[in-house]
Design a protein around this ligand. Structure first.
Ligand code: ZN
Length: 287
């Protein structure tokens, strides 16, 4: 199945495709191994910082080698903040890209997003372009209080009318609304919950697949309900970052003399894979 067909299939079945951010080869294998083990499609996401760290084209080559072996993996350029950086990944052959102009004034946001859509489709008609409308915080980290300006109340969430206006004006393929989700996750205590009625209203009105950002820490039942109501893709990043960091710290403390990275990174990789597997089971109704 192509990327588009995979997304359409998820929507039809009321399940969601897991999108996992990686920063290193351990993260790459954690996602690939989990996908193979459970035989479900996955999306590897790399932000501007993550792909600068790993190499824009190098990640593409790694993903292509897995595709050639039949692994159902797609590559997404996560939050991309300028036309130039969108052009870079379109030219490199990524499967999708998120143009994020959420902080720009509305008219400017529409203009830059449309410019990215037009360029991308002229190079690769199969590429999918995603954009976000409504502010959901900007950093995948562990926070003590909800980031300033992140939408939480009904009146701050993306409305179905605004969503339709934005999708029609820009021609995007995938839409990421603010429906209570926030990037990153709370250190302790409850995370924000998803306004399912708003998800359904936006999905019905825009008729494009929706993407849930800031999935880390959201209650399981919200994910399941969101997937049944139009969220075709769910992003998990912070949970992986935390799992890797915690496992690595523990291993190094317990084995201060170990110098072989492939040995002391083993538990870190396995901890990430455990998170990916758990999330994929939930999103795909395998739990
Ligand atoms: Zn995001």
């Amino acid at each position: 199945m192509t990327y588009k067909e995979t997304i359409a299939d998820a929507l039809k079945r009321g399940v969601a495709i897991g999108h996992f951010n990686i920063s290193n080869i351990e993260g790459f294998w954690a996602v690939i191994n989990a996908s193979k083990k459970l035989d479900v499609p996955v999306i590897i996401g790399v932000s501007e910082g993550e792909r600068d760290w790993m190499g824009v084209k190098e990640i593409k080559a790694l993903v292509d080698m897995q595709k050639a072996q039949g692994v159902k993996v797609f590559l997404n350029a996560d939050h991309t903040y300028s036309f130039e950086r969108v052009k870079e990944v379109v030219d490199a052959g990524y499967d999708s890209v998120i143009i994020d102009c959420a902080k720009l004034p509305y008219e400017e946001n529409v203009k830059v997003t449309k410019q990215c859509v037009d360029y991308a489709k002229s190079v690769n008609p199969e590429i999918l372009i995603e954009a976000e409308f409504g502010f959901i915080g900007s950093s995948s980290k562990v926070w003590d209080k909800i980031p300033d300006g992140a939408a939480q109340d009904d009146s701050q969430l993306t409305s179905a009318e605004d969503a339709v206006r934005f999708v029609e004006a820009t021609g995007i393929d995938l839409f990421a609304p603010a429906v209570g989700n926030i990037h990153g996750m709370a250190r302790s205590g409850p995370n924000p919950h998803i306004h399912i009625d708003r998800v359904k209203a936006i999905s019905d009105a825009t008729k494009v697949p929706l993407v849930l950002h800031g999935g880390s820490g959201i209650p399981d039942e919200d994910f399941v309900a969101a997937a049944k109501n139009g969220m075709a893709i769910i992003h998990i990043s912070t949970e992986l970052r935390r799992a890797m960091g915690e496992a690595l710290r523990k291993t190094l403390e317990a084995n201060p003399d170990e110098v072989a990275p492939y040995k002391y990174m083993k538990e870190a990789k396995e901890a990430m894979q455990a998170v990916v597997e758990e999330r994929l089971k939930l999103f795909n109704g395998l739990a």
